[in-house]
Ligand binder design. Structure first.
Ligand code: HEC
Length: 189
């Protein structure tokens, strides 16, 4: 191998190494964010802990919302996921979609109940966190979206408990809409 080629290969391996290092630490951040979300959820549900202090600590620790929102990804990608590992975001979109082929039979509803309640609880918790990430510009609009998100999460829990297909569909759709409303305005992809 000539020297030039050696240097090129060396540089390529070095950057690959650095890339895998940063990729790894991103995974750690998401894991920590997920733990913080679950802990806050328990506190908000009245079991223990100081809700305000925990939210402030999350805001201080994570500059961006991204690792927190990651909770919604499929389990295999580092999200919390439904029982079968599917991402909460994609499942709610599927359930809420008018064009979905998914039929909410009694059996399906019974099987989904726990997952829907969990998705609602997580959504209420993340709405509370998201609220403190409001930007300086268009703050009121951001806060309206976090309010919608929280309300839709509550509605989803109620719907899951009712066991009524139409209610579940509407609530799932409302949760999804609250996400996309904010993303289309504030998330730069
Ligand atoms: C009030 C605003 C707001 C609401 C409501 C909101 N999000 Fe987000 N979301 C954001 C922003 C802003 C980002 C980009 C964060 C960043 O890149 O730092 C984001 C990022 C994400 C990501 C990460 C995407 C990526 O880059 O990989 C996911 C997943 C996500 N949101 C899911 C959801 C879901 C699901 C809901 C509803 C249940 C939701 N979000 C509701 C503002 C919001």
């Amino acid at each position: 191998m000539n020297r030039r080629l050696g240097i090129t290969f060396g540089a390529a391996f070095l950057s690959l190494g650095l890339w895998s290092l940063t990729a790894h630490s991103a995974g750690e951040e998401e894991k920590e964010a997920q733990q913080a979300v679950l802990k806050l959820m328990e506190s908000m549900e009245g079991k223990k802990g100081d809700v305000k202090a925990q939210i402030a600590a999350i805001k201080k620790k994570f500059d961006e919302l991204k690792p927190i929102m990651y909770v919604y990804k499929p389990k295999a990608k580092g999200g919390i996921g439904m029982k079968d590992g599917a991402g909460i975001e994609q499942e709610l979109a599927k359930i809420g979609s008018k064009n979905s082929k998914l039929r909410l039979t009694k059996e399906k509803i019974a099987a989904l109940k726990d997952d829907l309640i969990k998705a609602g609880r997580i959504t209420i918790t993340i709405a509370e966190i998201t609220d403190v990430y409001a930007p300086k510009k268009d703050t009121a609009e951001w806060k309206k979206y976090t309010k919608d998100m929280k309300k839709a999460g509550e509605e989803l829990i109620e719907a899951a408990k009712s066991g009524e297909a139409a209610k579940i569909k509407t609530a799932a759709n409302n949760v999804s809409a609250s996400c996309t409303d904010c993303h289309s305005k504030f998330r730069n992809d």
